[in-house]
Structures are given as C-alpha cells and as structure tokens.
Design a protein around this ligand. Structure first.
Ligand code: HEM
Length: 542
C-alpha cells in the first residue's frame, strides 16, 4: 500500500520546488504519517488556540460588528450553518456592510458591499490576498499545486504569472475560439439526438474544450471507453469539492486531526485523501507528460513550454500545476452555470423568445452566433450577465485571508482572519438591482436597448475579487457566452408536460448553499427551433 509520504514524492517527482517556494507546505504533506508527534502537536494546537483567544487586540480597538455567540465556540452555528448563504444575507441586513464572526478563536470577516470590497480587496490587496489552509485539499495534493489554495507568496505568484500568460484575453481568443466552435457544434448535435442527457452533454463538452485547450488532446465525448486522464481529473475534482464543503470533514476545522493514522477509528478521511491524491497525481504528471509527447497542435502546455524556454527560472512543476488546475477551476463552475442557465430558460420562455429574435435579426435564421456577432447581440449578453448575477456559482466567493493585522473604519481585523466577499448580498442589493430575485436581463440594458457601461468581463462580480480574481475568467466568459448564444439560436427549452408544478421560489430554495450553488435536479425538453436549424447542426458535425 502506498503511504502518504511516497505519494507526496509522486507529486513532486523528487524535484525540490519547495526549496524555492513554500517549504512548509511541502513539509506538511511529507509528515502526515509521523503520528508519534501527535501529543506534542495537540499541546501546541491548544496553546495556539489559547493565544488566539486571548491575544490583545491592537490598541484595544473593537472588531467589526459581531452577532452574539457562545464562549469559545463563538458563532459556530452561523459559520457552519447549512443555509450559510441565507444566514450571511440576513446578518448583512442586520449588521451592515461588514460584520465579524468567531469560531474556536478563528476570525471571519464578511464583506457585504462593493465599496468595502473595493477598499479591502483592491486598495489593500497586499493584506487581503492570502488563503487559509485547507487540510483536506493539501492531503489530496490540490493544496500544493492549485493557486486556489496557495497562500500569498512566491509559489502563488509564479502560478499567477503562468495563468496570465496562458489565459489572458488575447491568448484565449487565439487558442480557444476555434476549439469552442468545434466542441460546441458537437454539443449541439448531442442535444439534438439525446436531449434528456443535457447535463452529461454539458459536462463532456466542457471537458473536451478544456482538455483540447490545455493538453491539445481530443476527447471522444461519445466513446464508450473513457479517457483515463479525464476520468482521473473528473473524479479527483468531485472528491475535492465534496471534501471542502462546510461540514464535510472535521479535519478542515481541526487540522491537527490530519496527524492521525489511517487505521485510527474515524479516520476514513485519510484513505479518501490518499486515493484522491493518486488521481490528482495522474492528472498532474500524466496529462502534462502525454501532451509533451505530442506537441503537434497548439495547446497551453506548448505555450508554457515556450514561455519556460525564455524564462529559465520558471519551474516545470508550476506549469504542470497550472494545467491540472485549469480543469479543476473550469469544469464544475462552468457546468453549474450552464445547468442554471437551462433551468432559468425553461422558466422564462419570453426571455428565450427575445434573445432568439435578436439573434435572427443579426445572424439570420440558419446561422449560429459567432464571437464576431457578440457586440451586436446586447440582449444575449444581458441574459448571460443576469444568469451570473441571479445565481453566482460561488455565492460567497472563496474566502481570502489577511496576512497582516489591519484597522478599517476603526475596527480591528487580525492577521489570519478569513475574509469573505459576500457576492450574494452584493448582487441582491435592492438599490442597484431592483426586485433582485426576479430574473430580468433588461436590467443590464439602457433605454435605447444598448448595454449599460461596466458590463464586460472585468465587471462581472461572480469572478471574484482583487488579486485573487479568477485567472480563468476570459476563458469562462468565452465558453459560457458562446454556449448560451448557440443554444438560444438553436433550441427551445421547455417544461415537461407532466413535470411537477414548481414555483421559482421552490426552485431557488433547492440550490445548494455549500461552496457552489448547484441547482436542484430538474428535467426539461430541448427541441430544435426549426428543422433547417437542425440540418445546420447536423451538417456542421459531419
Ligand atoms: C466559468 C466560470 C468561472 C467562474 C464563475 C469562476 C469564479 C471564480 C471565483 C469566484 C474565484 C475566487 C476569486 C476570489 O478568491 O476572490 C475563482 C478563482 C479561481 N479560478 Fe475561477 N471561475 C471560473 C472559471 C475558471 C476557469 C475556466 C479557470 C481555469 C483556469 C479558473 C481557475 C481559477 C483559479 C486557479 C482560481 C484561484 C485563483 C487564486 O486564488 O489566485 N476558473 N474563480
């Protein structure tokens, strides 16, 4: 049986990336099985907790407004509550633009307005751009290779540099547009033939787009035998998401538990993590190695290899991380947004009709929209923006962490606090978005039907904040817009005749309130707009 230690070696393949970047994080993975240290660590943990609880606040300043809590546990029931998105929204209404919670001595600061987010995440980004440790993500390997989990530091900067190189707007335009045309045509064809499997088709289309973009590999989405690297990536990411959901594994709240051995009662998480680590490594090493063997076509791997040859201090392991994480970052976010889109379209035939009329006016009856049509399709853009607003896929974004003590508006914010950008509350601001729970794309249009200003990808809050803003946003934007525009041009999405009667409120209540806003399971009918359009789709996939 492979131990965690040897799995960690698998991760870095003997290369000493940790010397150059973050020694402590690598070390953390290496020492997982050294259980003899447990009592010492337990003592150290308790001491640290004591320090955290009783350390004196800078100049005795107050924390931001804090709801009442219990001794030591603090606001545990708010932070760990299942309906956390609604709970924070409620607290924001009561406590205002910024509030504070504690849990076992850990500080959580929640930001509920764009102004405060601007000030802290942008203007004070040197303080508000780190991340906390996610023990399960570390044990599964992702914590060491994904920018998403890395603290503010050199390894994170090295990764962001490569993202900037591979995923900037021009790079995405050049490399992804032809891929999107091919893969979205295949997707539309699958929707035409087996519409009931729309969730599976969406997932496979996204996988195919990302794998082609990153590794230059063509996934046969309809093949019965699956691509092993793709399967490993999909499973590893599913496990990752399941393991970082609030309440999933106690080790995320009490990190010292990761020192316990796999055989210890209740330590199932160790086996789960070990098995996932093996999958993560298959993607991390295998995907890159295979792409290196076949450098014929364009791919992110090729782009990063060229970059490396000009920037000799760039590490291959960092490039491998960027590639592996691209699938992780893109797949579930994009799939979830597309599912929400299908659901919202099913509920809003009038929106589909208006978008279709616009598309026919600009592109004609029998042509699918292309990127060159985008500027002439303001309503379609508004539909995309409203999907992203109505249900941001990460309603509380990903928590940032402070790397220094800070004082804001007279409140003390300690170093090591989690700082949550509550985009749910920001995107439901009644002043900015009247009747915020109504799905209404027109809110992004001026009286003359043109898009309002600040409606490009840079202003989409759903992509996050400050220096941690999603580095894949241009890619996500391209995939989502093109897929939505083509579906609106080609199909009518409707309700099943004998489907259950559900109100929008009931559907909305069914969205997951963990990290990601997964929609509830639902069915819909997907029928081609016209037989001519069905022929166009068939002819384009021959
Ligand atoms: C398609 C829709 C997507 C949405 C809505 C989305 C949203 C987000 C959000 C909200 C964050 C957290 C930002 C913050 O901490 O303030 C994030 C981070 C991240 N996203 Fe995306 N994302 C999407 C697609 C992608 C894609 C295609 C990639 C592939 C490269 C990607 C890679 C990442 C990475 C690596 C991070 C972590 C960045 C860091 O911590 O420095 N995402 N994303």
């Amino acid at each position: 049986m492979r131990t965690m230690e040897s799995s960690a070696e698998l991760l870095w393949g003997g290369l000493s990336v940790e010397n150059k970047y973050e020694p402590s994080r690598h070390h953390c993975l290496r020492t997982v099985s050294r259980t003899s240290m447990f009592p010492v660590l337990l003592f150290a943990g308790s001491f640290l907790l004591f320090l955290l609880l009783f350390r004196r606040r800078k100049a005795h300043l107050p924390y931001p407004p804090t709801p009442p809590g219990l001794p030591v546990l603090g606001n545990w029931s708010d932070v760990r509550c299942e309906q956390v998105r609604d709970r924070y929204h409620e607290l924001a209404k009561r406590y205002g633009e910024i509030f504070h919670l504690t849990m076992l001595g850990h500080h959580v600061v929640v930001i509920n307005s764009i102004d405060v987010a601007e000030e802290l995440f942008n203007r004070r980004s040197h303080i508000y751009s780190s991340r906390l440790d996610y023990p399960m993500a570390n044990l599964m390997g992702w914590g060491l290779i994904a920018a998403t989990f890395l603290p503010y530091g050199n390894l994170w900067r090295a990764q962001r540099r490569l993202y900037q190189h591979g995923f900037n707007a021009d790079a995405v335009r050049e490399l992804s547009y032809p891929i999107l045309t091919e893969k979205i045509n295949g997707f539309l064809h699958n929707l035409l033939t087996t519409p009931d499997d729309f969730v599976h088709h969406t997932e496979m289309m996204l996988g195919a787009v990302i794998f082609k973009f990153v590794y230059g590999r063509d996934l046969d989405v309809n093949a019965s035998s699956k691509d092993p690297i793709f399967e490993a990536a999909a499973q590893s990411v599913r496990n990752l998401i399941a393991s970082i959901l609030p309440g999933s594994f106690l080790v995320n709240t009490i990190p010292v538990l990761q020192r316990l051995p796999e055989w210890f009662p209740g330590c199932y998480f160790q086996r789960f993590a070990r098995e996932t680590l093996a999958l993560t490594m298959e993607v991390f090493h295998g995907g890159y190695a295979q792409a290196l063997q076949d450098m014929e076509g364009d791919s992110l791997v090729k782009k990063l290899e060229e970059y490396k040859s000009k920037n000799v201090d760039t590490d291959t392991e960092v490039a491998k991380g960027v590639c592996a994480v691209s699938y992780a970052g893109a797949a579930d976010n994009t799939r979830t947004i597309m599912s929400t889109f299908f659901l919202l379209m099913r509920e809003h035939p009038e929106v589909q009709r208006r978008a279709y009329e616009e598309i026919v006016y600009v592109c004609g009856m029998n042509k699918l929209p292309e990127f060159s049509d985008r500027a002439a399709l303001p309503y379609v853009q508004a539909v995309y923006l409203e999907v992203m607003r109505w249900m941001p896929v990460l309603p509380l974004s990903l928590p940032h962490a402070t790397s220094e003590d800070d004082v804001y508006r007279g409140y003390f914010i300690p170093k090591g606090s989690s700082v949550i950008g509550n985009m749910w509350t920001m995107l439901n601001d009644e002043e900015k978005y009247p009747n915020p729970r109504t799905f209404q794309p027109e809110r992004f249009l001026a009286h003359d039907g043109k898009l309002m200003s600040n409606t490009d990808v840079k202003s989409i809050l759903a992509y996050g904040f400050g220096r941690r803003v999603c580095p894949g946003r241009h890619f996500g934007d391209a995939v989502l817009w093109r897929a939505m525009a083509c579906i609106l041009a080609a199909f009518v999405i409707g309700k099943e005749q004998d489907g259950p009667p559900e109100t929008m409120e009931q559907l909305e209540a069914g969205f997951d309130q963990g990290i990601m806003a997964f929609p509830p399971a639902f069915k819909c009918t997907i029928k081609p707009r016209t037989s001519e359009m069905a022929d166009v789709i068939r002819s384009q996939t021959l």
